[in-house]
Ligand binder design. Structure first.
Ligand code: ADP
Length: 473
């Protein structure tokens, strides 16, 4: 494994806050290094470049003085040399015997001192043709040229102080370095504290997620005031928990309601069987009566179970609909004629049955019609009337089922489509038995066919359910 891979592995194991801090610290260090380097290069070239330029300029001037001297050697004037120097440059001329015969500044460090302080490895800013010496706290630049006349050669040295504030510069460098280290440490410390604070909501989310269980869904992530991504995430998670909790409690209620509904027929059946066991089967008439009750309760149970299974399929999106173009008038006619043969206690009438094509699933459309018709019979006292009408108005098909029954109070008209809802009233027709699931199934079928259901009802007068069904294209 390469070193890079090893580092990557190590970093992957860090907390996010550590990773962020390290990332920022690395950026900060790089930035500081670039700024420091640029500053150093700037300061150094600001020191060396002018010194080099003044020496070079002075040497050019001196060359001109020598050229003039060649023309007229008798006019030699030491002051001409002095005047050729750019301010700050010191000239020292040495003859073949090593004697100094021109020195424009006698207080300037001697040639020997310069040789002693000569830097073996001058910095990169220094011109390679020049010499650099460190004398005391000063850096001095030097260049030289030879001049030969009449077989005698003299050497001219040009000096210029690069800086006399070397110690100050070095101190400045040290304190800058210390400040850099301090800055980096501070950036790491502050960065770590800040990223930990920013990431606190994630920690809370993690702890909460660990605590949440099926039976313990109440916890929510506390929301901050900031309008940032983490707060947004916390909000989304809280909303998701709300939805899950809602779904779970609905499911729990469904299971408990279903068990409750199943308990009654089971208890009735058990009661009758106990009765038969206790009193025997001698009385044939009584036995038949009991078996009839048991049979009817078992039928209720079966119907209830069918309904429960239907709803559970819809909840799991498993209820299949096989939609095609249907002649609704044929279905209505068929359902009504069957009903007429079965229901003898009520006046059943098909008032209008206009031809109407719809796009739907025949089985569930029939099931929905039967739910409304069964209810009309159940909640209408014997002798009452039930009227059905199928009419087409433009693009709309209206199917209405009216009864002259007990009616539904306005406050209950919305609730009747909820699962297990039943109107609790003493006026209810005595034999009306049901579990409160019929209309919720009818509503699901209607919704899945884009059918709208309207209820018009008056207590004691009757109820009309009108279905607005879209025409098939
Ligand atoms: P149920 O099995 O109780 O009939 P439904 O879901 O079909 O369940 O109906 C829910 C409730 O709505 C019924 O219990 C009844 O109180 C009321 N209801 C439904 N249809 C009618 C109607 N035609 N007339 C009066 N009340 C009705």
């Amino acid at each position: 494994m390469s070193v890079i891979d090893k580092i990557k592995r190590k970093v992957n194991g860090f907390e996010i806050s550590t990773k962020i801090t390290l990332g920022y610290a690395a950026c900060f260090v790089t930035l500081l290094a670039v700024i420091n380097l640029a500053m150093w290069l700037g300061v150094m070239s600001a020191l060396y470049v002018p010194a080099e330029r003044t020496i070079t300029r002075s040497m050019e001037h001196i060359e001109k003085v020598f050229a003039a001297l060649e023309m007229n050697y008798m006019s030699f004037d030491p002051n001409a040399f002095r005047g050729a120097l750019v301010a700050g440059v010191v000239l020292r001329a040495v003859d073949e015997r090593g004697e100094v015969f021109i020195d424009t500044d006698e207080n300037y460090p001697s040639n020997e001192m310069f040789e002693a302080g000569l830097l073996k490895n001058p910095p990169i800013f220094a011109n390679a043709d020049f010499d650099v010496a460190k004398i005391g706290s000063a850096l001095i630049y030097r260049n030289e040229m030879d001049y030969t006349h009449d077989g005698e050669t003299v050497t001219l040295y040009f000096f210029r102080t690069i800086t006399s504030e070397l110690i100050l510069l070095e101190n400045l460098e040290k304190s800058l370095l210390m400040l850099d280290v301090l800055g980096v440490l501070l950036a790491i410390g502050l960065g770590y504290a800040l990223s930990r604070k920013i990431l606190t909501p994630i920690k809370t989310m993690n702890e909460l997620a660990r605590e949440i269980a099926f039976e313990k869904m109440g916890g929510r992530i506390p929301l901050g005031t900031a309008d940032d991504e983490l707060n947004e995430l916390a909000k989304t998670l809280n909303e998701m928990l709300d939805r899950l909790q809602g779904g779970i409690s609905k499911q729990q209620k469904f299971v408990s309601d279903a068990s409750h509904e199943l308990r009654t027929p089971a208890a009735v059946i058990k009661g009758y069987i106990d009765f038969i066991e206790t009193y025997g089967t001698a009385d044939e008439a009584l036995l038949k009566e009991n078996l009839k009750v048991i049979g009817s309760e078992a039928q209720n149970m079966q119907a209830l179970l069918e309904n429960l299974l239907f709803l559970s399929r819809t909840d799991q999106h498993r209820q299949k609909l096989n939609k095609k173009i249907l002649d609704l008038d044929d279905i209505v006619g068929d359902v009504m004629s069957k009903m007429k043969t079965v229901v003898k206690t009520h006046k059943v009438e098909l008032v209008k049955n206009m031809p109407a094509k719809i796009f739907g699933d025949e089985t569930t459309i029939r099931q929905m019609m039967r739910i409304f018709l069964d209810n009309a019979v159940k909640y209408t006292p014997e002798g009452g009337s039930i009227k059905v009408s199928l009419a087409v108005y433009g693009e709309e098909i209206l199917l209405s089922i009216s009864d002259s029954g007990i009616g539904i109070a306005p406050e209950n008209q919305k609730k009747i489509f909820s699962r297990f809802f039943r109107v609790d009233s003493e006026d209810l027709v005595s034999e009306a038995n049901g579990s409160g699931l019929g209309l919720s199934i009818a509503k699901w079928i209607a919704d899945n066919h884009e059918i709208k259901i309207f209820v018009a009802s008056a207590l004691g007068k009757g109820t009309t359910f009108t279905l607005r069904i879209p025409k098939a294209n």
